[in-house]
Design a protein around this ligand. Structure first.
Ligand code: GFB
Length: 311
């Protein structure tokens, strides 16, 4: 268990995941949390990260900093995705080791698994086939981070663990239409269409791909839970165990937003992986389950979008 006064570093605290981890730690009574903005600390700079660890000496690290994006950003900015993520991981994981961090949690993504692997996806399917082409550079970086934690654990005996979340959404998400993931992109498009009385909304791809969506506050609870309860070499999937088609997702967002127009599908845009549903029996058997339904999570996110994002 992390002691309540332990010094905890959350890397990436302004992002979707990191900001949610801060809230979860606060709820759980952890008050000695350190973080830096990107401007204050460039995590791709090994020396800067070394100085930070030397000065702050955190005891626990949540590595939630990463360059992330949706299918289009991943497909068109592969160099940045592989370079920046490898640099961030190398800097943080190695310095955590050099400065005696007690425990580190690395965050991956469900796109690390082979494109056509059996569903639902068990942890053991990692590296059993070819990756999805639209996000292979990002996936290789994330697999390297996971492997680095495993290698450090094997060689040095340190307690570094990895969690693999499914597609995430929630407060502080990226709503930029080019670089975001599907859920915030569709929320923004559907909201704008409603506001401007536009009769139709364009959805990328065929609408048939299946995706599993986890509300980010559920993820953060799972991460604090894993930090306290799990200590193993194998990574742990974090998801809800159910998926929906992109068309069904779009229809659900229309319902929450109150939009009555038509959905049209732009098949010149990629579908990506046909199905990506995590097997969550491992984390469930450890004692954690997702609590927020997709409709409830979309409602909460839309309320946040109306109040906060629009500001
Ligand atoms: O969320 P998304 O960008 O990422 O797209 P992936 C999921 C599906 O939604 C794809 C479709 O089939 C998209 O074509 N889609 C429909 C849209 N309309 C839109 C839209 O307006 N914007 C976006 N972005 N998609 C990413 C990976 O894959 O998932 C990352 O590239 C990472 O590496 C992340 O793993 C979680 O689920 O396809």
């Amino acid at each position: 268990m992390m002691e309540k006064n332990a010094k905890i570093y959350v890397a990436g605290h302004r992002g979707l995941v990191g900001s949610s981890i801060l809230r979860a730690l606060d709820r759980a009574g952890y008050k000695n949390v350190v973080y830096r903005t990107h401007k204050e600390l460039d995590l791709t700079n090994f020396e800067a990260v070394k100085n930070f660890f030397d000065r702050e000496r955190p005891e626990y690290v949540f590595l939630a900093a990463a360059k992330v994006g949706g299918i289009w950003a991943n497909k068109t900015h592969k160099a940045e995705f592989i370079y920046e993520n490898l640099q961030i991981q190398n800097s943080v994981i190695k310095n955590a080791y050099d400065y005696g961090v007690k425990k580190l949690l690395f965050l991956g993504s469900s796109c690390i698994y082979p494109r056509m692997c059996p569903q639902p996806i068990k942890e053991e399917y990692l590296l059993s086939g070819y990756l999805e082409e639209t996000n292979d550079a990002y996936a290789i970086a994330k697999i390297s981070g996971l492997m680095m934690c495993r290698a450090f654990r094997q060689q040095y005996g340190v307690d570094y663990i990895s969690a693999m979340p499914t597609n995430l959404y929630g407060y502080n998400d990226n709503f930029d239409l080019e670089s975001s993931h599907v859920l915030p992109a569709l929320m923004r498009k559907i909201h704008d269409a409603k506001e401007n009385n536009v009769p139709e909304v364009t959805v990328w791809g065929t609408g048939s791909p299946l995706r599993e969506f986890l509300f980010v506050d559920d993820l953060a609870d799972a991460l604090v839970f894993l930090m306290n309860e799990y200590s193993g070499e194998e990574h742990v999937n974090v998801g809800t165990g159910t998926d929906v088609s992109i068309k069904e997702l779009a229809q659900l967002i229309c319902k929450v937003v109150g939009y009555k127009g038509k959905l049209v599908f732009d098949t010149s845009k990629p579908d990506g992986t046909p199905k990506k549903l995590l097997d969550v029996s491992k984390i469930n058997s450890l004692g954690w389950k997702a609590a927020v339904s997709l409709e409830e999570g979309i409602r909460k996110t839309y309320e946040w979008y109306l109040q906060e994002y629009k500001k």
